[in-house]
Design a protein around this ligand. Structure first.
Ligand code: PLP
Length: 427
């Protein structure tokens, strides 16, 4: 494979001609495929359908503590659900509040509460001239969407192979206007990497100038390994206790849900945090809601039983996800390996592969894929304000299409990367 950068103008022109023919041919196939969002495939959702058989009209609807899940009460969620999600995150049930069917709105509420009422007695952010957030990027577009919605200034923190650039994070938190950092610490969206022990240690030992600074630790992919073998799984330290050791247990709010374990948007979600933080959360919760859907919580508890149940279930997810990731990675290697026109991550879990094109090519690749019938995540979305400074990053979400569709998507994607790169080099 000759890297494209070593080709002369004549060779590039010839290559462009060949690739354009292939592209026109692909366009003619009339594809209509979607690789834009990390949605579980129908086969993955089918695996959780037996959960629907748990309740008949004669079912015992009381939980293990005798709480009638059909009625109001139990604001923090039933104990079994707090235990289940606590086990998943490695924290005690006392440190967990279970919410509704998904976690993004729990994160939204946390920001909203801080904005209108302040964090544990501190000045509400709406009364401050400036509120800033650290946004490791590429990152999760919907996190950035929440902070943008509240007019919070977002500061891009570059990601390294180990997690966010901690030198920068440590520097920025000296500014009292910096109130938080978004983190997806495990199999991060979209890079698929897991924060190293060193990054976690430094994160847990931050000295923010703002007393209301919080680490928004969105552990959405904490059990989402692609491989069953331990040595092929990433490991993440438990952060609540890490912060506690440093006397900073109030600095972290951890979020999670079973959206990509049971049903997307119809699972159970939680916050894990210190007692002080949970008391602060409950203050507004008591105004917001009388109780969440405890029937759904009980259904989840009876279905999964414990962490082992979740792990076994996740192995079934992995059996579906693994070949999809491997297929995409194989196509990328076969089609683009050695050409010097792109780099990509090889995650051991999560939902995404992150691809970087040559500088200034991502938008062109996106458009070419779109014109040929394959929708990718909107380019730029993985950065604050939807602005990728170098126009390089593309998030690939292999979960939803079938294997056959995915092969078509991946091949078309590689073709578009080649064509866009040649065009760039000829500019
Ligand atoms: N957090 C991350 C990092 C995600 O990637 C997603 C979904 O893609 C979510 C949260 C959404 O979770 P939920 O369905 O619990 O709101």
């Amino acid at each position: 494979m000759t890297p494209y950068s070593e080709l002369g103008k004549e060779e590039l022109l010839k290559l462009k001609e060949e690739l354009t023919l292939q592209y026109e041919d692909a366009k003619g196939k009339g594809l209509k495929l979607d690789m834009s969002r990390g949605k579980p495939a129908p086969a993955q959702l089918d695996m959780t359908m037996p959960m629907m058989d748990i309740f008949t009209s004669h079912a015992d609807m009381k939980d293990e503590q005798g709480v009638d899940t059909r009625n109001y009460g139990c604001l923090e969620g039933i104990y079994g659900a707090r235990r289940l999600l606590g086990e998943m995150l490695g924290v005690d049930p006392e440190h967990v509040i279970v919410f509704g069917t998904a976690s993004l709105n729990v994160m939204y509420d946390s920001i909203s509460r801080s904005y209108t009422h302040g964090v544990m007695g501190s000045t509400p952010w709406c009364k401050l001239d400036k509120v800033k957030f650290l946004c490791p990027a590429p990152g999760y577009d919907r996190h950035f969407g929440i902070t943008e919605h509240f007019g919070i200034e977002m500061i891009t923190i570059p990601m390294t192979a180990e997690g966010p650039d901690m030198d920068l994070v440590e520097e920025y938190v000296k500014d009292p206007a910096v109130k938080g950092i978004w983190c997806v610490p495990m199999y991060t969206n979209p890079l698929g990497i897991t924060y190293s022990e060193n990054v976690c240690k430094r994160m847990a030992d931050l000295n923010p100038a703002a007393e209301d600074f919080r680490i928004y630790w969105d552990n959405a992919y904490c059990v989402h390994h692609l491989y069953d073998e331990e040595e092929k799984q990433d490991h993440l330290p438990e952060m609540l206790s890490m912060c506690k050791v440093n006397g900073k247990e109030n600095m972290i709010l951890e979020f999670a849900s079973t959206s990509k374990i049971s049903f997307a948007g119809a699972g159970i979600s939680c916050i894990a945090a210190s007692k002080d933080n949970l008391d602060w959360v409950k203050k507004s919760m008591t105004v917001q809601i009388i109780s969440h859907d405890k029937i759904n919580q009980l259904r989840h508890v009876r279905f999964f039983k414990d962490l082992n149940g979740i792990k076994e279930h996740m192995k079934k997810h992995a059996a579906i996800m693994r070949p999809k990731f491997e297929l995409v990675l194989d196509v990328l290697e076969k089609e683009l390996g050695g050409l010097g026109i792109g780099t990509w991550t090889k995650p051991l879990g999560g939902y995404f592969i992150s691809f970087d094109t040559m500088e200034g090519c991502a938008k062109a690749v996106y458009q070419k894929c779109k014109d040929a019938g394959v929708t990718l995540t909107t380019v730029g979305a993985t950065y604050p304000y939807k602005k990728d400074p170098h126009d390089t990053n593309i998030r690939i979400a292999p979960s939803f299409p079938s294997m056959e569709e995915l092969k078509q998507c991946a091949e078309l994607f590689a073709l578009c990367v080649k064509l866009a790169s040649v065009e760039k080099l000829l500019e």
